[in-house]
Design a protein. Structure first.
Length: 136
């Protein structure tokens, strides 16, 4: 019984090289100031594959479960300055130490009526306790 073992005769299969990961710059013209993390969408990790019950799955869960592609990455980057935060870290928020002596005007009681601490239920003259004002 001379059977040839087909596995012994088969040529060894060379592992295929993985293609280079997609870059945003392969498809689009990008800004020179674009950080590398936006040019390489393959760098984003943390996308889980835990399947939720399909009955309760939302479209946001479906969209958020996929890693971004080169077509979904930003093409330009506009960083904001931290001038405001730097100033407040050094000097703190501006504070006025004035005394509030004005009466508060209420939207409920109307523009000509003032709410005071001794009469908090001072409603607008058009307010009628017995029936709604739409009945007039």
């Amino acid at each position: 019984m001379s059977e040839e073992n087909p596995q012994e005769c088969a040529e060894p299969v060379e592992p295929k090289a993985k293609p280079a990961p997609e870059k945003t710059s392969d498809y689009y013209r990008i800004s020179e100031k674009l950080p590398d993390r936006f040019n390489n969408p393959g760098w984003f990790h943390g996308y889980s594959t835990n399947e939720a019950v399909s009955m309760y799955r939302t479209s946001n869960q479906t969209y958020g479960s996929r890693a971004p592609t080169a077509h979904e990455m930003p093409k330009a980057y506009y960083p904001s300055s931290n001038k405001f935060s730097t100033q407040h870290a050094a000097f703190g928020m501006f504070r006025r130490h004035n005394m509030n002596v004005c009466l508060d005007k209420s939207l409920v009681t109307g523009p000509d009526n003032h709410v005071t601490h001794y009469d908090p239920l001072n409603f607008h003259p058009s307010y009628n306790v017995n029936r709604p004002s739409i009945c007039d």
